[in-house]
Write a protein that binds this ligand. Structure first.
Ligand SMILES: Nc1ncnc2c1ncn2[C@@H]1O[C@H](COP(=O)(O)OP(=O)(O)OP(=O)(O)O)[C@@H](O)[C@H]1O
Ligand SMILES: [Mg+2]
Length: 596
């Protein structure tokens, strides 16, 4: 099989004897260009090379110039750098007594898996290399996955490299710059995910083919997601089946491990298979980590839609059945919500779980809103509220005289919102992009039949405020409404004044409907509004109240106000930003009406 650069087994020799790499090369000559041997004379040179290029194996000379320095030091740097490189130690000397504990200290740690062997340079060096290093190469060849479509994925990851910077501790190295190196890392990742068996299990004769196609997505996380179709074939047997569909998610190693950890701890035995995807594999290499999930649907040629798409479609047609069913399903079955956890502070939850600084989100959101209003020019008008030097947030004014007041987080010390709230196991990021709906169309009528609603993306799963998932869905309903505004007011970057005033009046209308909706659901006052989005919100909140029995507006607002402020800090399009503002303004009115 021809070897691409990414499939070459890379060996780094670190030794003060410059003829060693030549000897290694000579003894691996049978592998031809399937092996690359590079050389570093000291630890600093080795570090630079490890940073620039992925190495599968490092041959480290224990004593450089008679001191226990090269081997030790490079081993340590490989460890702290988080590289997946395995190590073979070499020496020509007898280990000095005082050095033995130092070496055991280093190699006997949690990364002991790294140590692949020891070469005695005084024995037959050639035979040692052919045997021990050769075996590593053989193992590597046997674990090859045949992969198609690696390049576009590597480019997509490369484009997000700035998102990797934030994730690193001082010792860890950055995503490598070169496209080949990213491809190489993906190759190693896919071997671990699709070929390797857990623990000491041995492979038999199967070969794995993976075909990758990138998935269109707008996510804010550093991760990229691809469809990965997997074929397992056996020698002498042809396999022309369509392959098994999986979803591959690649991102910063720490994020990926965090997501996998949450899955194994909370989801694996906690949520029925019928309601979620299955995590099939997880692995990490140098900077990248990867997860393989089962496909969220797709049997029997059914359609797979994210709830976000279904919401827009349904609100447009007025047939809200599918959306309602999906919005309610998780609260009806109580899959997560029956597991109670100790109470948490809502603010603590936001900063610890979402790593969100709410004042920062508010400032970013406010700044973007002011820019938008400036750019539009006519409506909505904006007034800053101040108390002396202190900024108290902004007020949007509409042509029909309505005002939308957005609370600065500092104003939220109302003393009326719940600080500590009841918690249970929650998904933690249940927006409409993380709820997948598998459905088919009924002949003739074209109406949908839902086969399954399926949760994906468990990177925020764990104990949390019990309203949080419903709040995320609520926000998706508002964003879907904003999506419809985008269609209704089909205008470029700056709508004409007449449209601006129409939009502003619509926001005022939303404010009224929002208030009526919450007063109806939580306070039993008045009639439910009949906009499509409010009907969906009512259905969702009624189910939420059924699920928890004793849920009060105070608790709901504590979560939803913070959630909407967090959303405002995200990159949103104009209509979405305005629509979330209208939602937040309504929540703020309700908060001020609460008895203190
Ligand atoms: N198991 C799956 N089956 C089908 N599609 C999936 C699956 N997992 C992910 N996807 C698709 O990939 C997208 C992103 O996946 P995921 O939500 O896990 O990543 P993320 O990094 O959290 O993205 P975001 O920031 O958009 O939430 C999903 O919105 C969905 O369209
Ligand atoms: Mg997601």
């Amino acid at each position: 099989m021809p070897t691409t650069d990414a499939q070459t087994f890379r060996i780094l020799v670190v030794d003060d004897e410059p003829d060693i790499p030549g000897i290694v090369r000579q003894n691996l000559i049978t592998f031809g260009d399937q092996v690359r041997v590079d050389y570093a004379a000291d630890a600093d040179e080795a570090s630079a090379m490890l940073e620039a290029s992925l190495y599968d194996l490092a041959l480290l000379d224990i004593y450089g110039k008679g001191k226990l320095n090269i081997g030790n030091e490079v081993y340590r740097r490989i460890d702290t750098g988080g590289f997946a490189t395995r190590v073979i130690l070499m020496t020509r000397f007898v280990l000095k007594q005082e050095d033995a504990p130092k070496l055991l200290q280093l190699t006997g740690g949690p990364s002991a898996w790294r140590l692949a062997g020891f070469i005695d340079k005084n024995a037959s060096l050639d035979a040692e290399i052919r045997g021990k290093v050769g075996q590593e190469v053989e193992d590597f060849r046997a674990r090859e996955a045949k992969i198609a479509g690696i390049d576009p994925l590597a480019r997509e990851i490369g484009r997000r490299r700035y998102r990797y910077k934030k994730k690193l501790t001082a010792d860890q190295h950055l995503l490598r710059k070169s496209q080949t190196e990213i491809c190489t890392e993906i190759d190693r990742l896919l071997r671990r995910l699709y070929v390797d068996l857990p623990g000491a299990l041995q492979r038999r004769a199967s070969r794995v083919h993976v075909e990758l196609t990138a998935m269109e997505r707008r996510g804010l996380s550093a991760a990229v997601v691809a469809n990965a179709t997997v074929n397992v074939s056996f020698e002498k047997l042809s396999t022309d089946n369509a392959g098994h569909k999986t979803v591959l998610k690649i991102g910063p190693k720490a994020d990926i491990f965090e997501e996998a950890g949450r899955f194994f701890e909370y989801v694996r035995f906690g949520v029925e298979l019928a309601d979620r995807v299955e995590l099939l594999a997880v692995a990490g290499v140098d900077t990248l980590g990867g997860l393989v999930y089962s496909f969220a649907g797709g049997t029997y040629k059914n359609e797979l839609l994210a709830l976000d798409e279904v919401l827009i479609e349904d609100m447009q047609s007025g047939d809200l059945q599918t959306s309602k069913e999906a919005l309610r399903s998780f609260f009806t079955s109580k899959i997560w919500y029956a597991v109670e956890c100790p109470p948490v502070g809502v603010s603590e939850y936001f900063s610890e779980n979402y790593k969100t600084d709410l004042s920062r989100s508010y400032r970013d959101g406010e700044e973007e809103l002011l820019k938008l209003v400036d750019r539009w020019g006519a409506w909505p008008r904006v007034v800053r509220r101040r108390n002396g030097q202190e900024d108290l947030g902004v007020v949007l004014k509409t042509p029909n005289g309505a005002t939308l007041e957005l609370p600065d987080v500092s104003v939220l010390g109302l003393g009326r919102l719940a600080h500590n709230v009841d918690t249970c196991l929650i998904h933690g990021d249940m927006h409409g992009g993380n709820v997948m709906i598998e459905c088919s169309r009924r002949e003739g009528t074209g109406t949908r039949k839902v086969h399954r609603t399926c949760l994906i993306d468990f990177r925020s799963t764990g104990p949390g405020p019990r309203c949080m998932d419903a709040v995320a869905l609520e926000s998706s309903i508002r964003l879907a409404d904003a999506g419809l505004m985008t269609e209704r007011f089909d205008v470029g970057k700056t709508p004409p004044e007449s449209v601006q005033s129409e939009v502003a009046d619509y926001l005022a209308h939303c404010l009224g409907s929002e208030l009526a909706l919450y007063r109806f659901v939580f306070l039993g006052v008045g009639e439910p509004p009949i906009d499509h989005w409010t009907l969906l919100a009512v259905a969702l909140l009624e189910e939420l109240k059924n699920c928890f029995g004793d849920l009060e507006l105070r608790e709901y607002l504590a979560c939803s106000i913070k959630y909407s402020i967090r959303s405002l800090g995200f990159p949103l399009n104009d209509f979405a930003r305005l629509r979330i503002s209208a939602w937040l303004a309504a929540l703020y009115v309700l908060a001020r009406e609460l008895p203190s």
